[in-house]
Design a binder for this molecule. Structure first.
Ligand code: FDA
Length: 308
């Protein structure tokens, strides 16, 4: 837990980010979890996943916008990505995931700014026949993210939202969204939150995940089961069978570079499996969050940093 907290804090350090970016070996570790720096890398990862029968949701890794110009740049990167996926004939296999802080959420008047850019991306996605899901970031951003999500959904009803089972409020959020037929991506949560608002033990987080999963799968929406945890995947599969859920009403989602064989195995059962593919030059905070999830990944990074 202490190591995880330190790593999540490290993911927010600009100084460490530039030090890591300067090291080719760190970059080589990043390649396991990040498709590459550019749009072409993301498209190539999408093509390779498609050839294995997998779908993808692509995330442009940008910095949290420090001004409107940076937010505009992030939105443009997403629009270019959509065009490239369309040109490569991969749009029917690909969706987008977006982080609202990249689109200006933390700026003054940030909710309107982020909503404006997210709306542009959702409109472009819809016109090409695909969808956008909003990532969930730290606790302070949950309420603004949900407000933006509700506004977006009024115009783009198939927009998705991430909910984090480590938050004590999430069961209630699931209750609200399950009834509305929403696309909800259920994750455990990757940030460092206090005991006031978040479950701290792995067991409590897992139990919350199961309660949320049951609510979502009993609802009328699409449940995006985003976990690598074998027990949770098994429970989700059992719920789908027990409730005779149509395969269009749920899908499994995993991160690029994590449990790749499990993604392929699930796809062979006929379930829809989507891999979350991050790309972009600002990969450092993402990489450190993945290190925090598994100590063996940290060992990989330390070996790269020390050249051993
Ligand atoms: P857990 O961490 O318990 O891992 C279960 C098992 O999976 C591990 O024992 C290991 O075998 C394997 N595993 C998990 N992570 C690994 C890793 N990094 N490297 C290697 N093996 C690993 N979070 C968030 O706060 N906001 C968000 O918007 C998103 N979005 C998102 C989208 C998608 C598609 C996924 C799959 C995940 C996210 N997350 C996220 C991250 C999520 O909150 C969580 O941190 C990770 O998924 C890890 O949690 P697991 O459920 O996999 O369980």
């Amino acid at each position: 837990m202490v190591v995880k907290a330190a790593l999540v804090a490290a993911s927010q350090s600009d100084a460490l980010a530039s030090a890591a970016g300067a090291t080719p070996l760190t970059k080589s570790v990043a390649r396991r979890f990040v498709a590459g720096d550019g749009v072409a890398d993301a498209v190539s990862a999408a093509a390779s996943l498609a050839s294995s029968g997998l779908h993808c949701t692509i995330e442009h890794l940008g910095p949290s916008a420090k001004d409107a110009a940076e937010a505009d740049k992030a939105a443009t990167a997403n629009l270019r990505l959509l065009e490239a996926l369309d040109t490569a004939d991969l749009i029917d296999r690909s969706e987008l995931s977006i982080k609202l802080t990249d689109l200006g959420l933390d700026l003054e008047g940030g909710e309107d700014i982020a909503l404006g850019f997210a709306g542009k991306i959702a409109a472009a996605a819809e016109s090409l026949g695909t969808l956008v899901t909003l990532d969930m970031e730290n606790y302070d951003s949950v309420e603004p993210t949900l407000r933006i999500f509700r506004s977006l959904r009024a115009e783009f009803p198939h927009t998705g939202i991430v909910l984090q089972s480590y938050l004590k409020r999430t069961e209630e959020d699931c209750r609200e969204f399950a009834d509305e037929g929403t696309r909800v991506r259920l994750v455990k949560g990757a940030f460092n939150e206090s005991a006031d608002v978040a479950f701290q033990s792995a067991q409590d987080i897992d139990l919350s995940y199961v309660r949320c999963l049951k609510l979502l799968m009993a609802g009328s929406g699409v449940t995006l089961i985003a976990t690598h945890d074998p027990r949770l995947i098994e429970i989700a599969s059992a719920l789908a069978i027990k409730d005779s859920k149509p395969r269009s009403s749920y899908e499994f989602q995993l991160l690029y570079g994590v449990r790749t064989n499990e993604a392929k195995r699930l796809a062979t059962t006929g379930d829809k499996v989507r891999v979350y593919v991050p790309f972009g030059e600002d990969w450092y905070p993402y990489l450190v969050r993945r290190m925090a999830e598994k100590p063996a990944n940290l060992a990989l990074l330390l070996r790269a940093l020390t050249g051993r």
